[in-house]
Design a protein around this ligand. Sequence first.
Ligand SMILES: *Cc1c(COP(=O)(O)O)cnc(C)c1O
Length: 453
Amino acid sequence: MSELRNLPSVEQLLQTKLAAEMISANGRPLVLEAIRHVLDEVRGRILGGSETTVPEREALLESVSVVLDEWMTPTLLPVINATGVILHTNLGRAPLSKATLQAMEAVSRGYSTLEFDLSNGKRGSRLVHAEAVLKRLTGAEAAVVVNNNASAVLLVLSALASRRKVVIARSQLVEIGGGFRIPDVMKQSGAKLLEVGTTNKVRLSDYVETFDEKPALVMRAHRSNFKIIGFTEEPEFKDIVSAAHQAGVPVVDDLGSGTLLDTTRFGLAHEPTLQESLAAGADVVCFSGDKLLGGPQAGIIVGRKALLDRIKKHPLARAVRADKTCLAGITATLTHYLKDEAEREIPTWQMIATTPQQNRSRVKVWIERLGQGEALKGESTVGGGSLPGETLPTTLLALDVKSPDKFLKRLREQKPPVIARTENNRILLDPRTVLPEQEGALLVALQNVLRKS
Ligand SMILES: *Cc1c(COP(=O)(O)O)cnc(C)c1O
């Protein structure tokens, strides 16, 4: 193949001005690799006969630049969530408050008191930071923050029930999502499942009958992503707790999302609160940091000191411990609740509290700026394994476009990408989950895509 003789060498391409620019932006080793990659591809195409002539140097360097872009663009990117699903697990769940972000940055930028006691200059414990706020907020005797709620459940069961029995209602043997199944987690912890009741009905006597078998725990797991309706029965949680306590069996409550604020105030169904669970007598309660709490990813465990001490000492506690950014962020988010300003400062609650009228005014402005679209009544959802089936009334921007799927794809290709949905061949965008500071970028993205469609 004599044409291959026209292929420039790696060295020749490296000597060019364009390559120098790419090197200053990406470093020499990567540019070298990208040039080799492009030259190999061209060689392959010529040998394979799909190309007959070597492209110009300019074109080769352009290909190198495209390859570099592809390699260097991170796959984890900020997006604009116009779906109206507030705690969208696939889109990263809770957006964080300003104070939370500041606290996370402050401890990451330099050194911190993560495991250092300022009063005596000696080694301290990372467990104390969030614990103080959690104790004050919930009145619980002790608390610990771990990597996420899945690890919290695994840790609690491993520490308190390994090789022993855990009583749980059949209706609570749920799969939360992403393959997280309560029965599998129990097996992984070494606990033995003692199922009581049927799929739709469980009575107090079903629990009581198992107490002869000396179970280590009674567990309740929040169903999170579905409802059981119709011919159903479940005892009140406080009655389960008092029966268990009479038999000397502690009770663990996996609240899933859990909430510190009453969701009925926002026209939503009742989501079990942490305060209620503790008031009912639960000995250990765990829940997520990034669901309704509205903080960074974390699993929070609160409860009786004697049990929490065993949990903190278990070897898994080290494996699933929270890092300094998480501890700083969770503490800052919890502080909003302590200061009674959660609804005002935490984006998750701001979004939940937004009225349809406020959303309507935003949509009206969008329509004006875009010169098209229609304001449409719709529903937003909370998501994140909380409040299954519950919706919040909203106003949507509806756009009629030729090819909705292609339009959605183009929106995803914008910088930042915009995530929307379609219904009845229309594009729907919900302002509820679009942060105010993203509004300009959203309108630019929409204008870009509308112009080309
Ligand atoms: C969401 C959820 C979990 C898992 O929590 P992560 O923080 O996502 O790990 C566990 N249990 C229940 C009941 C849940 O709803």
